[in-house]
Design a binder for this molecule. Sequence first.
Ligand SMILES: *[C@@H]1O[C@H](CO)[C@@H](O)[C@H](O)[C@H]1NC(C)=O
Ligand SMILES: *[C@@H]1O[C@H](CO)[C@@H](O)[C@H](O)[C@H]1NC(C)=O
Length: 350
Amino acid sequence: MARTRSVVLLVLFTLFLSFSCNGVFGNRGIHINKLAKKTIQVIPPSQPKGSIDQKSSPQFNPSNFWLNGKGCPDGLVPIRRTTKDDLKRAKLATEIHASKYNPLTTDKHGTHYAIVGTTDTNTKYHGGYAIISVYNPTVVGTQYSSGRIKVQNGPDSIEVGWTVNPTLYKDNRTRLYTFTKTANSACFNTLCNSIKPVRPDMPLDMVLEPVSTINDKYDYNFMLFWDSANGNWRLKVDNDARELGFWPKNIFTALGDGANYVEWGGEVYSPPDFPSPPMGSGSSILETTRYDAYFRLIKTINETDYAVNAVGTKAFSDVNQYQVKDEGDTGEAYFQHLVLFGGPGGYTGP
Ligand SMILES: *[C@@H]1O[C@H](CO)[C@@H](O)[C@H](O)[C@H]1NC(C)=O
Ligand SMILES: *[C@@H]1O[C@H](CO)[C@@H](O)[C@H](O)[C@H]1NC(C)=O
């Protein structure tokens, strides 16, 4: 018992040390006392219609994350403290992550995909949704391994999900991440003009623990929702209706008018010629969620803001060390439209 408690305390302490509370709109370096009086810009929760009645497994509980049980004071959001070294690593991680990318094709050396994407580019999507199982694949060096949802239009894309990325995060834990790409910039989380976090209790790079094992599954729900009222994109990660952050319309050229492509799946990177890392659970697809990493309740949000089962999707993986299986609508309420993805890796080049 005593041992368990000290572990918990250590985790809390580490978390407390690695974040500072910042003004909602990123005014780093201003005194907290001043900012604490600012009111948070509350955006009315607008929820897509159509039921998303399933809950993901872990209920986010701020009292497990924060010494004070609730996170930053009102009006402030937790931002990871960044040192010069952090910025250098983030720059490298961005360079690795941001190179040319065309959906459903492979054209990035060292990057591998096992994905399912929409195929009808004449449809306008107001967002994408899924509940993603969370794992902790082993990576080394500059490798990363992720499970994520992506929305895209023209040069702009937003990616959200989980990743193990020691170049970015300096550890091997499974963490939440966002990646924003526009015609002029690309970055993780808030490192460029991108997502504006709004929740005082949930850091954008939060550790997602526990992770799934063969016997216990942990999954998180991720929603990217385009707000047609103002052109902003909103992110929700959790079972409750509160939003984690939003992307202002004006940072985008095309995505500010909605998306024409939505994608779900795994992505890994390895320096070419070095055996590529595991994806998802690390298992080749066995067509059972006991062993395979999954996306369940794959949905798009349609032009009248209804969350609907994703249709007309196509599966793609670039090498057979990674696999994806689009199971389509399973007819089971718990899974609905299900996609299995993953693989042991070990690709060393053609
Ligand atoms: C990640 O794990 C690998 C293999 O266990 C280890 O070599 C490496 O040092 C770890 N990296 C970090 C940043 O902890
Ligand atoms: C969106 O989905 C709802 C519910 O299925 C449907 O009634 C509506 O017509 C759809 N809107 C569009 C633009 O397809």
